[in-house]
Ligand binder design. Sequence first.
Ligand code: MIG
Length: 813
Amino acid sequence: MQTSETIHPDLKQAEAIVEKKWSIGAIQSATYQSDGIYLFKAEHATVMLQPVNDYTVRVKLLLDHALDASSTIAVQKEAFVDVQTELEETELTYRLTLPATTVVLHKANAQIDFYNSNGELISSHEEIYSRSRGEYVCKKRMSPESHIYGLGEKTGFLDKIGEKYDMWNSDVFDPHVPEIECLYVSIPFLIHFEYEKAAYGIFLDNPGRTSFDMRSHQDAYTFQVNSGTIDYYFILGPSLQEVVQRYSQLTGRMDLPPAWAIGYHQSRYSYMNQEEVLTLAKNFKAKNIPCDVIHLDIHYMDEYRVFTFDPVRFPNPRQMIDELKEMGIRIVPIVDPGVKKDPEYAQYQQGIHNDYFCKKIEGELFIGDVWPGASAFPDFTEEEVREWWGEQHRYYTDMGIHGIWNDMNEPAVFNASKTMDLDVVHGNDGSPKTHRELHNLYGMLMSMATQQGLKKQLAGERPFVLTRAGYAGVQKYAATWTGDNRSFWEHLAMSIPMVLNLGLSGQPFAGPDIGGFAHHTTPELLARWTQAGVFFPYSRNHSVLDSIRQEPWVFGEQIEDICRKYIRLRYQFMPYLYTQFYQAHKTGLPIMRPLIMEYPNDRNVYNLCDQFLVGADVLVAPILRPSTETRSVYLPEGEWIDYWSGERHRGGKYILAYAPLDVLPLYIKAGAMIPELLDDNWKPTLNEQGNISIVLYAGAEGSTSSSQWYEDDARTYDYEQGVYNLLETAAKFNKDSIELNCSYHAKELPIQRENLQLTIKSLSYNPKHVIVNTSEHSVTLEESGGSWSYNPDTQELTLQLPNTFIDIELMIK
Ligand code: MIG
């Protein structure tokens, strides 16, 4: 416990007199290199400009003037395309013009401004300077109207104005406090947003410690590197969505996960033995609560040796896995990077023998203490080591395991610095660098190794990797959970902006430990957290050793019923959710979105983060406080339909939602089409599941809407070859009729679906006819072999379509 003495008066020294700041100096010459690269040689450094595409320009500071266009593995080589550029010299400036943006360098001091193609100033760059050796700061102007988003995994609210963060992957216990500066994942990417102005992004590609300061200057924010150099990308939107899309184009997009990975996961530190795991699985079955995955935390291993099972606790893992498979449940075991220093242990022997572990420059092995005791750490910066590590996973895949959970990969080490010694020198595939320079890459490279190994071994089946640590681009390799939160209501609330900003930072597949990891959950908190958590992209209940248990049924019938209801609701929404995963894969847009993403002109939503959207059409407003049955919900423009009552609300205002313990305030945008599963029989192959309902929520009179429904086998990579179906619906809502067009944009996945139901909800009138139009003729739905009925009490029109797999145009009147 600290006392007031902590704030010692002597701690405040007079500010050291700063000697002259280092600056780039005046530009002396400009030259064009190959690959679109321009070099501007100044007195103390050279500024390199490299167009990536029409909207994105890289700015790199070459401190010793030598050309070095290398970048980290976060950046996709394929992102660089040919860009038409033109360099123009004026008396005071150089102007590099790209089709969508113009970069202006001031000769006198190498300051840089960015304009859009209309000549509007988008970002004015004050200066790059240094006050102490090895640290370089870039300062950019902002206005009182500025909002900043992104920055990866951080606590606090959605808008990062007034905050200051470091990027240094850290394992800190009890970390989810508002003032923490670094967590497990570091994504040095921010989005600058201003009302009615073009949004832009800054991606600082430096995996050492970097800092972002949106606090110290009222009219500017800064970003700083402590090692290496400033190497950043200016990404022009102009919309927020485009900034995120372009950022993800640069750093990569996620593969589609297997269907089971987006089901509900159950975890505990730890399920201690085979019987406990099987009993747990049987409980899920008996209680009719869907669950796709059970996680095995560190106690499954033989004295924490990775790639082993404890022979006493888990004498027959293969049999356990088979039995679980019968129940439709998969195992995801934890794998940490520390390899136990044990001369009789295969992975340690191989690592030593082949020189795969991290070392100091003098050749001394880096040994750190983690769960297995003294351990060595694979040097994941080397491709050969990644291949070896990936290959070790055959141990798991041979048993039928398709998913791996990477923990402690910051890397966390039990010592004063909490991580690997900074003077370890990583091989880095022929370009050696210290751990200090590469720290934030370690965890991501481990997941990359894991994912690539699994991919090879699973022969076309999709693997699932979950990671705690990561850097920009982590989305290409793994989902992330937000680490060791606690069973606090505040942490439930904070998980929303945290995952929203992860989504804006390119990582769409993320979620917190539902129920809270440390401390003790309460029945009410578990119920509320489960309600919210099932709408997060990644949905896992996890808790720490010795905390009160928090499986869905431990608090008696009422809470169990609530958990069941909402976990099933996730499965019911799965076709919609899966479609959002497809969008994320395709465009990089987040699955879970802040309202500002869809309503950027609405000033009410700029820091709104106690509610969120899933995709564009589902609005979730969880209860975030105990003993609370009402809350205000902001509905943006348009009409919104209360999912439970069907009540229609006009948006652009706050409403008061009534939400007793079993109710999650949930709203669907009028006009939206939500494909739903009619039962929770979500299976890894979609062909097996017959009962889908396309639910159209009647739009406001005079409105039109369009939606998509994507499906593939949810299991293999055939979708990369185009084997998927993409149904697009377009609806026009008139006073007393609806024109609905369902057409397959892609139709390559053979589906034998017994039944495809179309439901129109919130329809205030009983239609007289349902007409099917084809290019040749118009017939009634009945004549074409379908049927329909209207229920005036629920205001629902249910239609059975004649054929479950055709393009169809309907007139309902
Ligand atoms: O020091 O493996 O964040 O999810 O249960 C704790 C044990 C190490 C930290 C992870 C947590 C996991 C735990 N791990």
